[in-house]
Design a protein around this ligand. Sequence first.
Ligand SMILES: Nc1ncnc2c1ncn2[C@@H]1O[C@H](COP(=O)(O)OP(=O)(O)OP(=O)(O)O)[C@@H](O)[C@H]1O
Ligand SMILES: [Mg+2]
Length: 228
Amino acid sequence: MSEKTAGAMIRFNNVSKFYDNHTVLKNVSLDIEKGEMIFITGPSGAGKSTLLKLMYLAERPDEGDITVGDFHLASLSNARIPKLRRSVGVVFQDFKLINNQTIYDNVALALRIRRVPEKDIRNVVSEALKLVYLRHKAESYPKSLSGGEQQRVVIARAIAAEPKVILADEPTGNLDPNTAVDIVRLFKDINIQGTTILIATHNRELFRNTGKRVLKLDSGTIIGEEAG
Ligand SMILES: Nc1ncnc2c1ncn2[C@@H]1O[C@H](COP(=O)(O)OP(=O)(O)OP(=O)(O)O)[C@@H](O)[C@H]1O
Ligand SMILES: [Mg+2]
């Protein structure tokens, strides 16, 4: 691959991260192409979540450069972080849905913050809920949904904001194996529409037979790559 790939969506160049003298990531370099769907795997404590946190500036690296789309994170001021986060959707295992708001309102939240007109919100939310097969639950509340359904709401919420990238950290951690496979299928559908998707998981079942790239992280270092 050429040194300057025009199609890189996420690039790490010799990135290291330390927590109080403890090396969590060491000289990590990687390239994720625009439109790619890719997995990061590795044992507990390998640094997967930290890697994702660096991509949306929940943490800053101690060494190295990161670019996400057109954003050079090292020189990105705190004032511009919200702009970065608009192009990066996050899906985490602890769902964080707002329990006293309907599914519709949960999915609409980011758009309302952005002051998108209600009639546009209606279209976007309805499309997002359709994609995750939950249009019929729009007026329900999170607590009345199963874990897998709640996770699909979180995914709908992420895609409603129309991010360029979705970062998913153990997105199927609480789900039964069949539901987990459904969620990965859903990510594939979203990916086919052009969104770059990165999934961190220690569950090998998720990427088995996907044909996607799988980066292997161990003790803060990328130790190899395989095809899922
Ligand atoms: N805020 C923090 N302060 C200190 N150490 C931290 C912090 N966050 C993570 N670590 C340490 O960094 C290492 C990597 O953590 P990380 O959460 O990135 O691993 P992980 O691969 O996501 O693991 P898991 O599969 O259990 O989610 C661990 O040793 C962890 O204890
Ligand atoms: Mg983690």
